[in-house]
Design a protein around this ligand. Structure first.
Ligand code: AMP
Length: 217
């Protein structure tokens, strides 16, 4: 089963994905995480990518397209994926449609997490995630049991460089300009379903499972 999760930065995509994917035995593919890995590798390509990511701008489509194609072809992704952070533009959505048609893997659903800018800022300036497994936390609403340590794997918790208020505002504006049109794109294909993105991750998970016809128990 292949799914997409759409929403502004800080809408709760990572949290829902981390809860949902193990239940469906599918792989969580975050293009942001993939790009941060390339940046961390210290390669020339990583430095080039960092110029876009650190300022909140989008990385060029050609680069992301190849990354997604390779990912979907990987053995670990044959049972399905939840795409988080991709597509982000109409050309990326068209490219994805082309790749999925080639692979004979039609999308099952697109979940849209709707959230306001103020809530996003409150969430992201308090967001940390595990350096090792990527599990997200919120220092006020969803703190780890031990400060600075991941409950799931014991990895160190870190804050992202682009989770600063000024960059958050820029990323939100980019979302409205470039990604919001995808809502209509997938609505027209009868694939879109809206998940309430309040501060209740369990309710979001239950909604998504119910929508997919998977028991929440
Ligand atoms: P995220 O972790 O999804 O918030 O992504 C962090 C940053 O990675 C974004 O602000 C972009 O600079 C870049 N990025 C992630 N996914 C994409 C994409 N599909 N297309 C272009 N840039 C992306």
């Amino acid at each position: 089963m292949d799914l997409i999760i759409l929403g502004a930065p800080g809408a709760g995509k990572g949290t829902l994905a981390a809860d949902l994917c193990p239940r469906l035995s599918i792989k969580h593919i975050s293009t942001g995480d993939l790009l941060r890995e390339v940046i961390a590798s210290g390669s020339k390509l990583g430095a080039e990518i960092n110029n876009f990511v650190s300022t909140g701008a989008l990385v060029p489509d050609e680069l992301i397209g190849q990354m997604i194609r390779d990912t979907l072809n990987a053995d670990a992704c044959q049972n399905g994926v939840l795409l988080d952070g991709f597509p982000r533009t109409i050309p990326q959505a068209e490219l994805l449609e082309q790749i999925m048609t080639e692979l004979g893997r039609p999308l099952a659903a697109v979940f849209y997490l709707n959230v306001e800018l103020d809530r996003v800022i409150r969430r992201l300036i308090n967001r940390v995630s595990c350096q090792k497994c990527g599990r997200p936390y919120h220092l006020l609403n969803l703190p780890p049991q031990k400060a600075g340590i991941c409950d799931a794997c014991g990895g160190a918790l870190i804050q992202r460089e682009d989770d600063r208020e000024e960059t958050i505002r820029k990323r939100f504006a980019t979302f409205l300009a470039k990604t919001q049109p995808l809502i209509d794109f997938y609505k027209a294909k009868n694939l879109l379903t809206e998940v309430m993105a309040d501060d209740n991750p369990q309710a979001a998970l239950n909604f998504a499972l119910q929508y997919l016809g998977v028991s929440a128990a």
